[in-house]
Design a protein around this ligand. Structure first.
Ligand SMILES: C[S@@+](CC[C@H](N)C(=O)[O-])C[C@H]1O[C@@H](n2cnc3c(N)ncnc32)[C@H](O)[C@@H]1O
Length: 234
């Protein structure tokens, strides 16, 4: 297989490789994992038994494979949705920054009418398809555009798993989410207590819907974080 070189890094992209090749590489470099807060969903993830767990970036065919990890905030959102299915039942849902797609898959399992899986990384969207297939869940639609700033009208519920990892980016995201909330969307945010959220002025407008203890495997991956919280706008 030929990799596109991006600096010193070999990078597999959906532009340079057919989706089938990307999917095969995802399957080769991940393992099915259920050691997280939603064990009912088996997900293709990079775990300690995978080559890429310890390989330096130049040995990875993927550029920043965020989708290959199930982030604490995403786990909390998914657990919360599975336990509160009525919130998404029959609703149009957006999984913003879906990564592996677990939160959107949790919404589909909870009988959401339509779920849009959105991630600017098109490799993530291939991983979503594989994870949907693995769990016998139909993936309604995939969207790779950057939605930040766009009007919400189409979505009743917006799921936001661990998107507040950088201060500047978190500011953009939170301002946009506040607009979505004011336009009538139910915004559900999962976060393990990252500084960008904790220190943001909009945090005082959020109320806590749930708090979860992370699994040992997740704590190992996310040094310092042992819990994750679910928030919504008051
Ligand atoms: C920290 S991961 C969270 C993934 C998933 N929600 C979870 O909790 O496991 C952030 C994800 O957001 C995606 N992302 C970053 N900026 C984005 C944007 N503007 N729009 C959509 N996705 C974005 C990244 O590609 C990555 O997959």
């Amino acid at each position: 297989m030929g990799y596109r070189y991006c600096g010193a890094r070999p990078t597999l992209t959906t532009q340079s490789h057919p989706p089938q090749i990307v999917k095969e590489q995802i399957l080769a470099e991940t393992e099915l994992s259920h050691k997280h807060l939603t064990p009912e969903l088996k997900l293709h993830l990079i775990t300690p038994t995978c080559r890429l767990w310890t390989s330096p970036p130049p040995h990875s065919p993927f550029l920043d494979p965020f989708w290959a990890f199930y982030w604490p905030g995403g786990q909390a959102v998914s657990r919360f949705i599975l336990d509160n299915a009525h919130l998404v039942k029959g609703k149009r849902v957006l999984d913003f920054g879906c990564g592996c797609g677990a939160s959107g898959l949790a919404a589909k399992t909870s009988t959401a009418k339509h779920v849009t899986f959105n991630d600017i990384d098109k490799v993530a969207l291939e991983a979503v398809l594989l994870n949907g297939y693995q769990n016998n869940i139909v993936v309604d639609s995939l969207l790779s555009s950057n939605l930040i700033g766009s009007p919400s009208g189409q979505y009743d519920v917006v799921l936001v798993g661990d998107m507040l990892y950088d201060t500047e980016f978190a500011h953009q995201v939170l301002c946009w989410l506040q607009n979505l909330h004011e336009s009538g969307s139910l915004v559900i945010i999962g976060d393990p207590g990252r500084f960008a959220l904790e220190s943001h002025p909009l945090k005082k407008l959020l109320m806590c819907l749930g708090k979860y203890e992370l699994t040992e495997a997740t704590i190992l991956e996310n040094r310092g974080y042992t819990q994750a919280f679910v928030w919504t706008f008051r």
